[in-house]
Ligand binder design. Structure first.
Ligand code: ADP
Ligand code: MG
Length: 253
């Protein structure tokens, strides 16, 4: 049975999509079968694994509204052991249309049952909000990974997210756990980075991944080629660090 993992943080630009694409690709390189679900109407995960966003025949929207099944929608990527359920701007309306369903929090969970035995990991890239789409992701997940940048407001955002996780646990998914907090765009020479890390250790020590993701230009270039960073430059710091995070995830779950 696949372990289902959401990448969530209500803040935009913290590295959710970069982490989703590169953790998924790394797990694939390590020999696990991985499905990515793009749950952000921006579709950056979709283009990030080389799939054209425009004119998708099946996407996360049809998965959630029941017009198509997961098996009908899943696309192969050019990368080892990596498949995707893509998304584009059509997903924007799902945030509202989900309310038409009595079981609206559970749409994703139910839709994934069909393919749970086909994969080792399913990674869901969440949009930058705590709306219905993210509620669906967290309700379907065994665990959540929280990517965050080392900045002043990050800690505040983190405590909001932890409250949401508690509420989801209470109402929809008692088994949901926080797998880990992943520091992204890290620069060890910045005093602020060190201060934020110290605060994180005080409050969430056991949850912090040992591996931190450094700021690395290869990570920001790779999506422009539709590639996870390993396939763009496998010797890069970004490629190596994401492989290390993937290994940590395997041991944590
Ligand atoms: P989110 O999905 O949370 O909005 P993204 O993963 O799209 O965040 O990252 C935001 C921007 O930062 C993107 O342009 C991405 O390429 C860049 N980025 C993310 N992580 C890194 C990193 N470790 N080093 C350099 N650039 C990064
Ligand atoms: Mg994103």
């Amino acid at each position: 049975m696949a372990k289902i993992i959401s990448l969530a943080n209500q803040k935009g630009g913290v590295g959710k999509t970069t982490s989703c694409v590169n953790i998924a690709a790394s797990l694939g390189i390590l020999g696990h079968r991985v499905l990515i679900i793009d749950l952000d109407p921006q579709g950056n995960t979709t283009s990030g694994v080389g799939i054209t966003k425009r004119g998708l025949v099946g996407s996360t929207k049809e998965l959630l509204n029941g017009e198509m099944t997961a098996k009908q929608i899943i696309r192969e990527t050019p990368y080892d052991n990596l498949w995707v359920i893509p998304a584009n701007t059509t997903l924007t309306s799902s945030e509202f249309e989900l309310f038409d369903f009595d079981d609206n929090e559970f749409r994703m969970k139910k839709a994934l049952e069909e393919v749970a035995d086909d994969f080792d990991y399913i990674l869901i890239d969440c949009p930058p909000s705590l709306g219905r789409l993210t509620v669906n992701a967290l309700t379907a997940s065994d665990g959540v990974i929280v990517p965050m940048q080392c900045e002043f407001y990050a800690l505040e955002g983190l405590s909001q997210l932890m409250i949401s996780v508690k509420l989801i646990k209470k109402h929809y998914n008692p088994d949901l756990e926080v797998i880990g907090i992943l520091v992204t765009m890290y620069n060890s020479r910045l005093l602020l980075s060190m201060q934020v890390i110290n605060e994180l250790k005080k409050h969430y020590d056991d949850k912090l991944f040992d591996t931190k993701i450094s700021r690395n230009v290869k990570l920001s270039e790779a999506p422009g080629f539709g590639k996870p960073v390993y396939y763009h430059d496998k010797g890069s710091k970004g490629a190596k660090e994401y492989i290390e995070v993937a290994k940590e995830i395997v041991t944590r779950l």
